[in-house]
Design a protein around this ligand. Structure first.
Ligand SMILES: [Zn+2]
Length: 450
């Protein structure tokens, strides 16, 4: 019989877009299924020109922006394209976490294929699906529990929680007929749940895995400075202690740790964190999954308020949060009392908020990779126009290059496959076990591996 194999259908020499297929006899399981952040997609599809909702998979397949796999896509998404619909040939998809580059293509997957997620990820996907245009489709959702094995045919998958910039992120041990593979998903080991990441890597070492598929977002040259979550907290404290006026901040929309950090810092400075209805909805949905009092809850927690943007219509899901929401005029009149979370997409609110000159803007996200980043230019044009002062304060969701190499030394995998990185060559110091994968090439698992 053919040995089980790993095949990389995405996430090769690019950040995001991991699509890892493990095949063992008749069993085929996919790990993660989202679009990459690669500029290749933007060569065809940009803001004003998007795949048609009536033929999403067909329109992406036209430019090889998704893999040509039969028995994976929904009949409707394939429409009348040249890849014909066949009944499911993939028996399950495991999603490591709810970031778009890992889950964002679930909407074009055949609705008969079961999707396995952690309980918290299921909640996050539901909250995102309700409050944004992102759609994940209907599937038989299978909720797994921490460290409890799940069987798909002859393949056994054990999910381990890891720390990342979105809660409920997982790495996996995948036991096949010939050996075990570990897949890290996205992770860091300096965050509030660092112990989870360490426990996962201990399990990887104990298992003596045949292959380790490891993310390398920050591998290679990375001049951007990075703090720990406590480091972000103390720098935010410093800014708020000096600041007599409104403070502005922006974070990744699902970074619950950072929102919690900003909320705690605001409360200690006798301010309230003011968030969008979308963030309020997210916090309301996920807070019950955390120990009481750790994640702020809209309408219940002190020092948390909601901001009402000027809009002609509000959605049904927003209405409960808008009842006691603050207008631009209210925030402007008492700026000293607030830290307002404001995304770039909503910067037009600054025209009404008119923050006093020298007000701080806390950018609590990654610095851009490239110097000619358009969004970054637009952001600075607006901040300069209003005379707002920019502060960079971020703790990354990913392990650094040196941390990755240190982890590999203890993991003891026979073969290491770097994914989710533009610099697989940066793993070379880890030795001959590193194998930079090629797209759509089967790599055998087990003792017979050359
Ligand atoms: Zn991620």
């Amino acid at each position: 019989m053919r040995p089980p194999t790993i095949r990389f259908l995405g996430g090769v020499r690019e950040i995001g877009g991991n699509k890892i297929l493990i095949e063992d006899g008749p069993d085929r399981v996919l790990f993660d299924f989202g679009p990459s952040f690669s500029p290749r997609i933007e060569a065809y599809y940009v803001d004003y020109l998007q795949p048609r909702s009536t033929s999403l998979a067909k329109d992406l397949l036209e430019f090889d922006l998704i893999p040509r796999v039969s028995g994976l896509y929904a009949r409707e998404a394939l429409a009348d394209g040249d890849l014909k619909y066949v009944a499911p040939e993939i028996h399950g998809i495991f999603v490591s976490h709810a970031h778009a580059d890992h889950a964002g293509h679930l909407g074009i997957v055949d609705p008969e294929i079961p999707v396995h997620v952690g309980e918290g990820t299921r909640t996050l996907l539901e909250a995102i699906g309700t409050s944004t245009r992102m759609k994940y489709g209907d599937h038989p959702w299978r909720v797994f529990r921490d460290r409890e094995p799940v069987r798909v045919g002859g393949i056994e998958v054990v999910p381990y929680p890891v720390d990342h910039s979105i809660p409920f992120a997982y790495g996996f041990l995948v036991r096949t007929s010939e050996g075990t593979i570990a897949y890290t998903g996205d992770f860091r080991h300096h965050g509030p749940r660092a112990a989870d990441t360490h426990a996962f890597f201990e399990a990887v070492a104990r298992e003596r895995v045949d292959g380790l598929i490891i993310e390398g977002t920050r591998a290679g040259p990375d001049p951007r400075h990075n703090l720990s979550e406590e480091g972000v907290r103390s720098e935010v404290d410093g800014v708020l202690a000096r600041e007599p006026n409104l403070a502005l901040a922006c974070t990744y929309p699902r970074d619950v740790d950072r929102l919690t950090t900003l909320h705690a810092a605001a409360a200690d400075a006798e301010r309230s964190l003011v968030v969008s209805t979308r963030t309020a909805h997210l916090l309301a949905q996920v807070s019950p999954k955390f120990p009481t009092g750790t994640v702020p809850v809209p309408g219940t927690s002190e020092h948390l308020r909601v901001y009402a943007r000027k809009k002609r219509v509000s959605y049904l899901w927003e209405r409960p949060y808008l009842e006691d929401a603050l207008s631009a005029e209210e925030v402007r009149a008492a700026g000293r009392k607030y830290v307002l979370a404001l995304d770039l997409a909503h910067f037009a609110e600054l025209i009404d908020l008119r923050p006093p000159r020298e007000s701080p803007f806390i950018h609590s996200m990654s610095e851009p990779f490239s110097e000619d980043d358009v969004d970054d230019k637009v952001m600075h044009n607006w901040l300069d126009h209003f005379g707002v002062r920019f502060h960079q304060m971020h703790a990354s969701g990913h392990a650094s290059g040196p941390e990755l190499l240190a982890l590999l030394r203890t993991a003891g995998a026979r073969t290491v496959y770097p994914v989710h990185t533009e610099h697989p060559e940066a793993f070379a110091p880890a030795g001959p076990s590193v194998r930079s994968p090629e797209l759509n090439t089967p790599y055998p698992i087990g003792a017979s591996t050359p």
